[in-house]
Design a protein around this ligand. Structure first.
Ligand SMILES: [Cu+2]
Length: 127
């Protein structure tokens, strides 16, 4: 069952059920495990990469105020392209191992974080 049943506008790597190694099974924590810092009115979400997974990976942020997601750590393969598919935003951690995604101010909802292959990597819950 490696085929995506339906494709969306987010590009060629849309198969959320596609296995992609360790990251596919480690990012499933359902509880909030990260802290959101507010710096000059911007909500800053800091995500590290540990044992081939985004860590921490579940955050609660407030609606209506800008959100910036900062990645640091050593990422390989698909993990090096963290993506918020719903928002069509991603970054490439490439050689530096760090990157930032500006999400802007969001409306309430759950925004999934995936690796570059579309496997679940975490959630940003906006309330
Ligand atoms: Cu992956």
């Amino acid at each position: 069952m490696a085929k995506a049943g339906s494709s969306t506008a987010k590009g060629a790597m849309a198969a959320s059920d596609m296995p992609c190694g360790p990251c596919a099974t480690k990012g499933q924590t359902p509880v909030v495990n990260g802290t959101v810092k507010t710096v000059d009115g911007v909500q800053v979400v800091e995500i590290g990469i540990k044992d081939e997974a985004y860590t921490p990976n579940v955050f609660a942020a407030k609606a209506g105020a800008p959100i910036k997601v900062v990645f640091t750590g050593k990422a390989s393969a698909c993990l090096a392209k963290p993506t918020f598919p719903k928002l069509n935003k991603s970054t490439n951690l490439g050689a530096t191992g760090s990157g930032t995604i500006d999400l802007g101010a969001l409306t309430p909802g759950t925004y999934e974080l995936t690796c570059g292959m579309g496997s679940h990597g975490g959630n940003l819950v906006v309330q």
